[in-house]
Design a protein around this ligand. Structure first.
Ligand code: DC
Length: 232
Protein backbone atom coordinates (compact mmCIF):
# COMPACT_ATOMS: atom_id res chain seq x y z
CA UNK A 1 0.00 0.00 0.00
CA UNK A 2 0.94 3.63 -0.52
CA UNK A 3 3.36 5.67 1.63
CA UNK A 4 0.78 8.45 1.84
CA UNK A 5 -1.19 7.87 5.04
CA UNK A 6 -4.62 9.37 5.51
CA UNK A 7 -7.37 9.61 8.11
CA UNK A 8 -10.49 7.59 7.34
CA UNK A 9 -13.65 8.54 9.24
CA UNK A 10 -16.49 6.03 9.29
CA UNK A 11 -19.80 7.12 10.77
CA UNK A 12 -23.28 5.74 10.51
CA UNK A 13 -26.23 4.05 12.10
CA UNK A 14 -25.91 1.30 14.71
CA UNK A 15 -25.74 -2.30 13.54
CA UNK A 16 -24.80 -1.56 9.96
CA UNK A 17 -21.37 -3.17 10.15
CA UNK A 18 -19.19 -0.08 10.72
CA UNK A 19 -16.70 -1.80 12.98
CA UNK A 20 -16.43 -4.90 10.76
CA UNK A 21 -15.68 -2.67 7.79
CA UNK A 22 -13.30 -0.40 9.73
CA UNK A 23 -11.33 -3.38 11.07
CA UNK A 24 -10.96 -5.07 7.67
CA UNK A 25 -9.94 -1.78 6.12
CA UNK A 26 -7.31 -1.07 8.80
CA UNK A 27 -5.92 -4.59 8.41
CA UNK A 28 -5.72 -4.32 4.65
CA UNK A 29 -4.04 -0.88 4.76
CA UNK A 30 -1.80 -1.54 7.79
CA UNK A 31 -3.55 1.32 9.61
CA UNK A 32 -4.48 1.69 13.28
CA UNK A 33 -8.15 1.08 14.07
CA UNK A 34 -9.89 3.08 16.80
CA UNK A 35 -13.35 2.06 17.98
CA UNK A 36 -14.73 5.27 19.52
CA UNK A 37 -17.90 3.53 20.73
CA UNK A 38 -15.64 1.42 22.96
CA UNK A 39 -14.34 4.63 24.59
CA UNK A 40 -17.86 5.75 25.59
CA UNK A 41 -18.46 2.20 26.81
CA UNK A 42 -15.36 2.37 29.07
CA UNK A 43 -16.60 5.57 30.74
CA UNK A 44 -19.98 3.86 31.22
CA UNK A 45 -18.29 0.86 32.84
CA UNK A 46 -16.48 3.15 35.30
CA UNK A 47 -19.78 4.90 36.16
CA UNK A 48 -21.55 1.56 36.69
CA UNK A 49 -18.74 0.16 38.86
CA UNK A 50 -18.92 3.23 41.10
CA UNK A 51 -22.71 3.31 41.32
CA UNK A 52 -22.97 6.63 39.46
CA UNK A 53 -25.89 5.51 37.27
CA UNK A 54 -29.37 5.22 38.73
CA UNK A 55 -32.15 4.13 36.36
CA UNK A 56 -29.98 5.18 33.42
CA UNK A 57 -29.49 8.67 34.89
CA UNK A 58 -25.80 9.44 35.50
CA UNK A 59 -24.36 11.56 38.28
CA UNK A 60 -22.77 13.92 35.76
CA UNK A 61 -20.44 15.66 38.22
CA UNK A 62 -18.92 12.40 39.45
CA UNK A 63 -18.51 11.06 35.92
CA UNK A 64 -16.89 14.29 34.73
CA UNK A 65 -14.54 14.41 37.75
CA UNK A 66 -13.39 10.84 37.04
CA UNK A 67 -12.36 11.53 33.43
CA UNK A 68 -8.84 12.61 34.39
CA UNK A 69 -8.25 9.16 35.94
CA UNK A 70 -9.48 7.16 32.94
CA UNK A 71 -6.79 6.07 30.50
CA UNK A 72 -8.14 4.18 27.50
CA UNK A 73 -5.81 2.20 25.25
CA UNK A 74 -6.24 -0.38 22.50
CA UNK A 75 -4.11 -3.35 21.55
CA UNK A 76 -4.47 -5.73 18.65
CA UNK A 77 -4.82 -9.30 19.95
CA UNK A 78 -3.04 -11.49 17.38
CA UNK A 79 -4.39 -14.71 18.86
CA UNK A 80 -8.03 -13.68 18.86
CA UNK A 81 -7.61 -11.54 15.73
CA UNK A 82 -9.44 -8.63 17.33
CA UNK A 83 -8.94 -5.29 18.97
CA UNK A 84 -8.82 -5.27 22.77
CA UNK A 85 -9.78 -2.31 24.94
CA UNK A 86 -7.94 -1.46 28.16
CA UNK A 87 -8.96 0.76 31.08
CA UNK A 88 -5.86 1.88 33.01
CA UNK A 89 -4.11 -1.28 31.84
CA UNK A 90 -6.99 -3.65 32.67
CA UNK A 91 -8.44 -5.66 29.77
CA UNK A 92 -12.14 -4.66 29.74
CA UNK A 93 -13.01 -5.79 26.20
CA UNK A 94 -15.65 -8.32 27.27
CA UNK A 95 -17.02 -6.21 30.10
CA UNK A 96 -17.78 -3.21 27.89
CA UNK A 97 -19.82 -5.39 25.50
CA UNK A 98 -22.17 -6.60 28.25
CA UNK A 99 -25.84 -5.69 28.06
CA UNK A 100 -25.71 -3.49 31.18
CA UNK A 101 -23.13 -1.27 29.50
CA UNK A 102 -25.04 -1.22 26.19
CA UNK A 103 -28.16 -0.14 28.03
CA UNK A 104 -26.44 2.72 29.85
CA UNK A 105 -24.00 4.06 27.28
CA UNK A 106 -26.44 6.45 25.56
CA UNK A 107 -26.93 8.77 28.58
CA UNK A 108 -23.18 8.78 29.23
CA UNK A 109 -22.42 9.66 25.61
CA UNK A 110 -24.72 12.69 25.77
CA UNK A 111 -22.66 14.40 28.55
CA UNK A 112 -20.90 17.28 26.76
CA UNK A 113 -17.76 17.13 28.96
CA UNK A 114 -17.42 13.37 28.32
CA UNK A 115 -17.63 13.99 24.58
CA UNK A 116 -15.12 16.81 24.83
CA UNK A 117 -12.55 14.58 26.55
CA UNK A 118 -13.13 11.59 24.24
CA UNK A 119 -12.77 13.81 21.18
CA UNK A 120 -9.52 15.25 22.60
CA UNK A 121 -8.11 11.72 23.00
CA UNK A 122 -9.36 10.68 19.55
CA UNK A 123 -7.59 13.64 17.95
CA UNK A 124 -4.35 12.68 19.75
CA UNK A 125 -4.63 9.21 18.20
CA UNK A 126 -5.10 10.67 14.74
CA UNK A 127 -2.03 12.90 14.81
CA UNK A 128 0.19 10.35 13.07
CA UNK A 129 -2.45 9.68 10.35
CA UNK A 130 -2.76 6.11 9.03
CA UNK A 131 -5.91 5.66 11.08
CA UNK A 132 -9.41 4.27 10.60
CA UNK A 133 -11.83 5.56 13.22
CA UNK A 134 -15.47 4.60 13.49
CA UNK A 135 -18.25 6.24 15.46
CA UNK A 136 -21.04 8.76 15.08
CA UNK A 137 -19.28 12.13 14.91
CA UNK A 138 -15.87 11.35 13.42
CA UNK A 139 -16.34 13.12 10.07
CA UNK A 140 -18.41 15.97 11.52
CA UNK A 141 -16.63 16.79 14.79
CA UNK A 142 -13.47 14.77 15.49
CA UNK A 143 -11.78 15.02 12.08
CA UNK A 144 -13.72 17.48 9.91
CA UNK A 145 -10.65 17.50 7.60
CA UNK A 146 -10.35 13.72 7.27
CA UNK A 147 -9.25 12.83 3.74
CA UNK A 148 -11.91 10.13 3.41
CA UNK A 149 -15.30 10.17 5.13
CA UNK A 150 -17.82 7.41 4.76
CA UNK A 151 -21.35 7.42 6.12
CA UNK A 152 -22.65 3.89 6.40
CA UNK A 153 -26.23 2.81 6.55
CA UNK A 154 -28.64 0.03 5.63
CA UNK A 155 -32.41 -0.11 5.91
CA UNK A 156 -33.69 -0.63 9.49
CA UNK A 157 -35.34 -3.91 8.44
CA UNK A 158 -32.12 -5.29 7.02
CA UNK A 159 -30.10 -4.24 10.08
CA UNK A 160 -32.70 -5.81 12.36
CA UNK A 161 -32.66 -9.00 10.29
CA UNK A 162 -28.86 -9.23 10.55
CA UNK A 163 -28.99 -8.82 14.34
CA UNK A 164 -31.84 -11.32 14.54
CA UNK A 165 -29.80 -13.88 12.55
CA UNK A 166 -26.69 -13.25 14.69
CA UNK A 167 -28.56 -13.71 17.97
CA UNK A 168 -30.54 -16.72 16.74
CA UNK A 169 -27.29 -18.36 15.62
CA UNK A 170 -26.01 -17.90 19.19
CA UNK A 171 -29.13 -19.71 20.43
CA UNK A 172 -30.89 -16.62 21.83
CA UNK A 173 -34.67 -16.64 21.78
CA UNK A 174 -35.39 -13.27 20.18
CA UNK A 175 -38.32 -11.49 18.62
CA UNK A 176 -37.84 -9.74 15.26
CA UNK A 177 -40.34 -6.96 15.98
CA UNK A 178 -38.58 -6.09 19.25
CA UNK A 179 -35.20 -5.96 17.53
CA UNK A 180 -36.59 -3.74 14.78
CA UNK A 181 -38.08 -1.40 17.39
CA UNK A 182 -34.70 -1.26 19.16
CA UNK A 183 -32.84 -0.44 15.92
CA UNK A 184 -35.33 2.32 15.07
CA UNK A 185 -35.25 3.63 18.66
CA UNK A 186 -31.44 3.89 18.69
CA UNK A 187 -31.45 5.68 15.32
CA UNK A 188 -33.78 8.25 16.82
CA UNK A 189 -31.70 8.81 19.99
CA UNK A 190 -28.42 9.03 18.03
CA UNK A 191 -29.83 11.46 15.46
CA UNK A 192 -31.73 13.79 17.76
CA UNK A 193 -29.44 14.25 20.78
CA UNK A 194 -28.22 17.80 21.40
CA UNK A 195 -24.49 17.01 21.67
CA UNK A 196 -22.95 15.94 18.34
CA UNK A 197 -25.97 14.22 16.81
CA UNK A 198 -25.39 11.58 14.15
CA UNK A 199 -25.55 13.18 10.74
CA UNK A 200 -23.85 12.69 7.40
CA UNK A 201 -21.06 15.24 6.85
CA UNK A 202 -21.57 17.25 3.65
CA UNK A 203 -18.45 15.75 2.13
CA UNK A 204 -19.00 12.16 3.33
CA UNK A 205 -19.62 9.41 0.80
CA UNK A 206 -22.81 7.47 1.45
CA UNK A 207 -22.40 3.71 1.62
CA UNK A 208 -25.73 1.90 1.81
CA UNK A 209 -24.85 -1.76 2.27
CA UNK A 210 -28.44 -3.07 2.26
CA UNK A 211 -27.81 -5.06 -0.89
CA UNK A 212 -24.05 -5.55 -1.17
CA UNK A 213 -21.67 -8.04 0.44
CA UNK A 214 -18.89 -7.24 2.93
CA UNK A 215 -16.31 -8.02 0.23
CA UNK A 216 -17.96 -5.65 -2.24
CA UNK A 217 -18.09 -2.82 0.28
CA UNK A 218 -14.44 -3.33 1.24
CA UNK A 219 -13.39 -3.25 -2.41
CA UNK A 220 -15.47 -0.10 -2.99
CA UNK A 221 -13.76 1.59 -0.03
CA UNK A 222 -10.23 0.47 -0.97
CA UNK A 223 -10.80 2.00 -4.41
CA UNK A 224 -11.79 5.29 -2.77
CA UNK A 225 -8.59 5.18 -0.65
CA UNK A 226 -6.48 4.51 -3.74
CA UNK A 227 -8.13 7.45 -5.48
CA UNK A 228 -6.87 9.68 -2.66
CA UNK A 229 -3.40 8.24 -2.05
CA UNK A 230 -2.71 7.95 -5.76
CA UNK A 231 -1.91 4.27 -5.59
CA UNK A 232 -2.79 2.21 -8.65
O1 DC B 1 -20.78 1.88 18.31
P1 DC B 1 -21.24 1.44 19.69
O2 DC B 1 -22.59 0.78 19.73
O3 DC B 1 -20.20 0.64 20.43
O4 DC B 1 -21.41 2.81 20.48
C1 DC B 1 -21.80 2.85 21.81
C2 DC B 1 -22.54 4.14 22.11
O5 DC B 1 -21.69 5.26 22.05
C3 DC B 1 -23.74 4.43 21.21
O6 DC B 1 -24.85 4.71 22.05
C4 DC B 1 -23.38 5.67 20.45
C5 DC B 1 -22.26 6.29 21.25
N1 DC B 1 -21.20 6.83 20.42
C6 DC B 1 -21.15 8.19 20.27
O7 DC B 1 -22.01 8.90 20.79
N2 DC B 1 -20.15 8.76 19.54
C7 DC B 1 -19.21 7.99 18.97
N3 DC B 1 -18.23 8.57 18.27
C8 DC B 1 -19.27 6.58 19.10
C9 DC B 1 -20.29 6.04 19.83
Amino acid sequence: MSEKKIIIAIDGHSSCGKSTMAKSLAKKLGYVYIDTGAMYRVVTLVALRNGWLKNKVPDNNKVIASLKDIKITFKWDEQLGKNTTFLNGENVEDKIRQLEVSENVSPISTIAEVRYEMVRQQRENGKAKGIVMDGRDIGTVVFPNAELKIFMTASPKIRAQRRFDELTAKGDDVNFKEILANVEGRDKIDSTRAASPLKQANDALLLDNSNITREEQLEWTINKVKGITGEK
